[in-house]
Design a protein around this ligand. Sequence first.
Ligand code: PMP
Ligand code: GLN
Length: 387
Amino acid sequence: LTSKLPDIGTTIFTVMSKMALDHNAINLGQGFPDFNADPRLLELVNEAMLAGHNQYPYMPGVDSLREVIRDKVSSLYKRNYNKDTEITVTSGATEAIMASVLSIVNTGDEVIVIEPNYDSYVPAIRLAGGVPVRVSMDPPSNLDDTFHVNWDRVSAAVTKKTKLIMVNFPHNPTGAVLTDSDLNELEKIIAGTDILLLSDEVYEHIIFTAQGHLSLASRPKLAERSFVISSFGKTTHTTGWKIGYCCAPEALTKELRKIHQFLVFTVPSPLQHALANYTSDSSTYLNLPEFYKTKRDRLATGLSRTRFKPYACPGTFFMLADYSAISDMPEAEFAMWLTKEHGVTVIPVSAFYASPDAIEANHGLVRFCFAKTDDTLDRAIERLMQI
Ligand code: PMP
Ligand code: GLN
């Protein structure tokens, strides 16, 4: 058997969650809430099932859900996507990413990925026959800072073969968010080229800056060539439902749907109906920054009482922390040691790098997820204070 992805093992999130279970550790690793979704949303699923929404829904997604997505994007980002030809409901953001990449990347096409990056991007590019071109972000200059995209390096990585640039903001794992100047730089880089963009915005509603999220959908010059992808998993505390979506101009959506229909065809009907009903009330997502800010601050204050040094977190439910005062172990080894010896599970940031140089550099950083109850966060801090 010739493996298509010989060097790829099981994802770090699965490995660390299994390890947390095996060692009875507090799991601040994989990004999922340890509290339940709003009971009203759960009732809406039941209502949808009782109303008979139990057969294949329309391939691109239930009408009412695409309407809600259209209205939300239009009100927040001022772009009016056509729900019939430009919005597709997918099996989580993961499927949207895979379907987008498979639909437009051909053998030998180069795809720029900004490192550290989410783990599904590079396998998607490789399965499409593309060549990942990795560009490292600049590390934070101090603890009040986050990672930054170095747009000069992105620009220098562009060649005639560049088909796609993939971006992800708010950024997993660093928590970095976009500024207007980032979007200006991106506009300059693609001007006069045919480069397409994929923007993974699954944390769009978990952002703590006064300006809020800057979607690529909000810039006509970017939106006209972008797959803009999001996920209800993060927004409605339902990561296990795997409902995401992709907004993209008609020509891109047409290609995306050709792949979507043969990857999964469609995604669960009652969940789509329930999310449409629930998300039509904008407070369900507009209140998220306030909800998560309390948790972020609880974790940051807690970590500042340990020997970990937390970095600023302007977005996502992840916080990076430096552990160099505790150990000089490589990140993966440190994360395993922390689980086994101290009962707290985190994710090594090296898992988000693929270039050997970047992994070697070992920034001494791990990622904490704060989508957890106050009690979980407090118990974890108590354990970390013993180190
Ligand atoms: N992109 C990023 C940056 C993520 O962190 C995740 C996972 N939470 C996904 C995509 C996948 O989202 P989903 O669970 O909706 O497939
Ligand atoms: N996105 C989640 C994280 O970064 C994990 C999703 C997964 O396990 N595939 O933790």
